[in-house]
Design a protein around this ligand. Structure first.
Ligand code: MN
Length: 203
């Protein structure tokens, strides 16, 4: 990520680091246009708008903003919803990779830590998939590195982030319908299954 693009006010929509059709056949070109150019862009625009009256909050990084114990009551919900949307989508799009590069979830995972925590890759994949399928309505499945330096699978509702818990994401699946509905319709399981081919782990 280029500094100041999505790290601080005024937030700017970072271009996709690959072509819109580069994730075919797992994620289709039309979905990538809507998801990145419309949904992600809207979170950025709304976050900037919400921060307009608050110079002190504009000076914070996105993580500092999201981890802040208190925010102005009139703007709190808007800032957390849209700031969370920016944080989650920034990670999500940065960690998708064209299948031609061969960076699947499994071969970018910290294998030893996964095995130690979950027993095996297959067991981790099963538990993470169950979490992704279990999110009611809109949200995310997240493998987070906690403040205690442990790996933990957590469901995130709407645009919650792990940041408030001082955890950071290692793997993040967007299970909002806007992420899959054009291609997969209601079949979230098929979309989640496809994501393992193109979603890489963060460091
Ligand atoms: Mn999304």
């Amino acid at each position: 990520m280029t500094p100041n693009q999505t790290d601080r006010y005024p937030y700017v929509l970072p271009p996709l680091p690959y072509a819109y059709d580069a994730l075919e056949p797992y994620i289709d070109e039309e979905t990538m246009h809507y998801h990145h150019d419309k949904h992600f862009a809207t979170y950025i625009a709304n976050l900037n708008k919400a921060l307009e009256p608050y110079p002190a909050l504009q000076a914070l990084t996105l993580e500092q903003l999201l981890a802040r114990p208190s925010l102005p009551p009139a703007a709190k919900e808007t800032i957390l919803n849209n700031g969370g949307g920016v944080y989650n989508h920034r990670f999500f799009f940065e960690h998708l990779t064209p299948p031609a590069e061969g960076k699947t979830s499994q071969n970018t995972a910290p294998a030893e830590r996964i095995n130690k925590t979950f027993g095996s890759w297959e067991q981790f994949k099963k538990e993470f998939t169950e979490t992704a399928m279990g999110v009611f309505g809109s949200g995310w499945a997240c493998l987070a590195l906690t403040r205690a330096n442990e790996l933990k699978i957590i469901p995130l509702a709407n645009q919650e982030t792990p940041v408030a818990k001082r955890a950071r994401p290692l793997l993040l699946f967007d299970v909002w319908e806007h992420a899959y509905y054009l291609k997969y319709k209601n079949a979230r399981a098929d979309y989640v299954d496809a994501l393992w081919n193109v979603a890489e782990f963060g460091a």
